[in-house]
Design a protein. Structure first.
Length: 405
């Protein structure tokens, strides 16, 4: 009788390519999060960064990082010249390194985390390299951006996306965005939806009183956190300012802006002396990069997090951060953010995102009872369990490794 094969399954080997890890925002955090999630599913993971990453790799990271900025150029004359010529083209530099240094057998999956806006342009080099036999890896990538119909028209009419994305698994972290991408490609069954992941924060780190004391906040105020890249119009900060301007506050409200200001060309509504002088309103602006401890402290101090975007179909990292930190969100009833809030009951959504709609939602938030607040926070705990990165990465792996796209 033949003996039973009890050998363990081979560990999956994954190369995570982060072309824009030298930038802040999701460009630098997403590759680390995804790599850790893959590793926690038993994979052997390498992260490839064409330039020096903006964020250091954590000391306990269960994956290794290759930064092409620290490597010597190839020895050959043509290869060396190409290496230097591609220093300002991170996607092409990463593709060049993969073609030069790896074989398909080296990795079970190559996962590209970003191709910048206009992915329909930026993924063509992979398709060309595949056609030339220079790149033959099983490949998946995340699509973060909506396509412009007019700029995509030729590819749509000629069905060129079927060549561009041949044998490539498309992952989208927004149901509405996936619907839009499929429509623009005229490819109704292409791509897979997987929610954006998060890392649940331990309750011990979320003491409101201690966090407010550390940040110099009034302990009895209602605190609304506006976190992340401080884009005034895109994140409805202008609408928020106009709504508060119309309100008569019968309870202290502390508004905290925390994160890097993306453009100083946009007028910040809370530069207004009249608004800053409003009774019961305190405005704090920490417009700079925050380390992990400071991020946790700001979320711990908050009662709610502003995650209200204008004309945005993608997944909101701020909403995921709010859920991870057990804080309810104030969020637009649209696209992926609205769907997550509706699915899990983790926030308030204005019926419309004009000034009056936002004002009504703010009034509800400010007047919320402790019991209602606790109910929303309990919902975030359940949502965080389902949306944790290990679960999300497992779903991505299952789709990418099974797909024959």
């Amino acid at each position: 009788m033949a003996s039973e094969d009890r050998s363990a399954p081979l560990q999956k080997r994954i190369l995570v390519v982060g072309p824009f890890m030298h930038r802040l925002g999701h460009y630098s955090t997403f590759p680390h999060d995804l790599a850790r999630g893959f590793a926690l599913n038993g994979a052997q993971v390498t992260v490839l960064a064409p330039a020096q990453p903006a964020l250091a790799t954590p000391a306990d990271a269960p994956y290794r990082l290759i930064s092409l900025a620290t490597l010597a150029p190839p020895g050959g004359g043509v290869a060396r010249a190409a290496w230097h010529a591609l220093q300002r083209a991170p996607i092409l530099l990463a593709l060049f390194w993969i073609a030069l240094n790896t074989r398909p057998a080296d990795y079970d999956l190559v996962y590209w985390t970003d191709f910048k806006p206009d992915n329909q342009q930026s993924t063509w080099p992979l398709a060309v390299a595949r056609c030339l036999g220079l790149y033959r890896h099983r490949t998946a990538f995340t699509e973060h951006y909506s396509f412009s119909w007019t700029r995509h028209r030729l590819q749509r009419l000629l069905r060129l996306d079927r060549l561009r994305l041949h044998k490539t698994t498309l992952i989208v972290h927004s149901r509405k965005l996936l619907e839009w991408v499929r429509l623009n490609m005229a490819w109704p069954d292409k791509g897979h939806y997987v929610p954006w992941g998060l890392w649940p924060v331990a309750p011990a780190h979320l003491d409101r009183t201690a966090a407010r004391r550390a940040l110099g906040m009034a302990e009895d105020a209602r605190v609304l956190l506006v976190f992340g890249m401080q884009a005034i119009r895109r994140k409805h900060v202008d609408t928020l300012g106009a709504a508060i301007d119309r309100m008569t506050l019968d309870r202290p409200l502390t508004l905290v802006f925390a994160g890097i200001r993306t453009s100083h060309d946009e007028e910040h509504p809370f530069d207004s002396p009249a608004l800053l002088a409003k009774p019961q309103l305190t405005v704090m602006r920490h417009e700079h990069f925050l380390d992990d401890d400071a991020v946790t402290r700001h979320f711990a101090a908050a009662d709610a997090v502003w995650a209200c975007y204008r004309d945005f179909m993608g997944a909101s990292g701020v909403l995921c951060q709010a859920i991870a930190h057990r804080r309810l969100a104030l969020c637009a009833d649209a696209a992926e953010s609205g769907a997550l809030v509706a699915d899990y009951g983790v926030g308030l959504m204005p019926a419309r995102t004009d000034v009056e709609g936002v004002r009504q939602t703010l009034c509800r938030f400010i007047g919320m009872s402790a019991g209602e607040q606790a109910s929303y926070e309990a919902n975030t705990v359940a949502a965080a369990r389902e949306l944790a990165w290990p679960h999300v990465a497992q779903r991505i792996l299952a789709l990418a490794l099974a797909a024959d796209d």
